[in-house]
Design a protein around this ligand. Structure first.
Ligand SMILES: C[S@@+](CC[C@H](N)C(=O)[O-])C[C@H]1O[C@@H](n2cnc3c(N)ncnc32)[C@H](O)[C@@H]1O
Length: 208
């Protein structure tokens, strides 16, 4: 890693105080309901009881509990301790269990590589200089044949977070050597806030 990279990473780590944003309830990325792509992947049979799932940068999203309610084994990680405490409270109230960890979602390794990885406004929250690290971590965290359920945030203007996940960049990052892309065009889901920016839903299969 070059010195410049190292500076970019440490800048990124400190550029947003995610915990303070949760404490201030300043979280415009939250939809307040399950993401419609969750239902799409559930109906397609990709999300199914008995599978394991990892939710990196989970924040206060509703999906970790929804996965657990459906009978999946859940791991979820976030830097923001208040978000993890919130997740823990939801699980406790529902009488469900999960591995809920405060820490770096890229460094985390589940006990065993997971069947599913749920990417929702996490990749767009981290600095683009860390994208190769993200891809390498996801490849290690997902079992061969497992799926990365991605919601790639589309944003044309520069600056962030959110940092736009241009599809040409995504195809280069998640190369065909390591990831199988579906033939169908990704389905677009406009975000109810965040200026109505679309998220593109793609289920990438991690190749052996
Ligand atoms: C835009 S929020 C999205 C939260 C959640 N995925 C959702 O859809 O509501 C980005 C989240 O990523 C977390 N985050 C950013 N970088 C992280 C990292 N390296 N490790 C763990 N969490 C991280 C932040 O704390 C924040 O909760």
């Amino acid at each position: 890693m070059s010195e410049g990279d190292s500076e970019a990473k440490s800048e990124d780590r400190q550029s947003v105080d995610w915990d303070a944003r949760f404490r201030a309830d300043d979280a415009p990325w939250e939809r307040g309901e399950l993401h419609p792509a969750f239902t799409l992947w559930l109906d397609a049979g990709l999300i199914a009881a008995g599978k394991s799932v990892y939710v990196p940068g989970c924040g206060r999203s509703l999906e970790p509990l929804a996965f657990a309610s459906l009978g999946l084994t859940v791991s979820a990680v976030d830097y923001a301790s208040s978000a993890i405490v919130w997740q823990w409270q939801q699980f406790k109230a529902a009488g469900l269990t999960g591995t809920l960890v405060t820490g770096d979602a890229l460094a985390f390794r589940p006990d065993r590589p997971v069947d599913l990885y749920y990417e929702q406004t996490f990749l767009c929250a981290i600095h683009p200089s860390k994208r190769e690290e993200y891809e390498a971590a996801a490849y290690a965290q997902i079992a061969p044949g497992g799926h990365l359920l991605a919601l790639f945030m589309q944003k044309q203007e520069r600056g962030g977070p959110p940092y736009g996940c241009d599809m040409a960049d995504m195809r280069a990052l998640f190369s065909g050597e390591r990831w199988a892309w579906p033939d169908a065009e990704p389905q677009a889901f406009p975000h109810p806030s965040l200026g109505g920016k679309a998220e593109l839903a793609v289920a990438l299969r991690r190749k052996p």
